[in-house]
Design a protein around this ligand. Sequence first.
Ligand code: ASP
Ligand code: MG
Length: 317
Amino acid sequence: MEGDLVEELEVSLEATLAQLQGTETVDVLKVQQAIIRAAHQFMFERGLVQVMPLMLSPITDPLNHGVVDASIAYAGCRWSLTKSMIFHKQLALLNPALEALYIVSPNVRLEFADRAFTGRHLFEFTQIDFEFRDKDGVFVRSFMEDLLRYLFAAVQKDLPEIVSKYRPEGLCQIGELEIFRTEDLEAQYGPDYEHVKSKEAQLPFWLLNHRREFYDKEDPAKPGTYLNYDLIWPEGFGEGLSGAERENEYHQILKRMEEAGTDQQAFKHYLKVAQQGLPRSAGAGFGVERMARFICRIKDINDVALFPRRPGTPALF
Ligand code: ASP
Ligand code: MG
């Protein structure tokens, strides 16, 4: 028995080392670097202030799907590994000198093995997360389209040989992206609408109205629908960004927490701030690895990660 285990470990070690030394792995790293470098420049030009990432917090994104809770006790407090800095983005905007901010934010989401082979899930990843005070979804989507155009131009200019290796036709031109609503696509394509539409699309598109976390604003004009948006990569690459106008009114936050079954005790300080008044804001976050995956047309991001983080699966390093 023990022998089997060691042998299995050795096989995995070989495969792990082969991947670690792979050429594609470095191509993906270079694309990610180009994305982050250009994103910093773009954010600077547009006046967004960089906020440093946090990895441990008393509150983090509850997410709307199941994950293993990763938290530790320290200093008389319970600290969770960051699943997203959504609440910190809202709280930071209480500072009147900050109008807009961004974070290059590492997130840990210990998803289950049913997401092991989606091709796009790493249980540790980095998102570029941004938030604007007093802006709406229309503004954020147009900002993201500008950012996308800028990033693609930078990647094309900085890494022409990598782009032509994976996309000989060049990166797609980003204009005003098409907008769809989840309920319409669902009626047309059935329950797998997001994947089906992503597969047939040639350009990224927006998908509005997801039933998500309590912090995404419910549309006051159409209760039961939500002022949020995902950017979906084409060619079957799927979700690449999530964002929303935020629920900032105390009574609405409470109602939404009740609907979601959120532990209000854990959010008591956040709720106290909300009672005093959270700023109106909107924002989004896009996955850096997912953008690189789309650019390099990688079937499974875990196959070309220097250190894979496949959901529900052990890693050696
Ligand atoms: N960054 C996202 C947002 O701004 C939240 C998430 O990570 O899903 O809504
Ligand atoms: Mg999302």
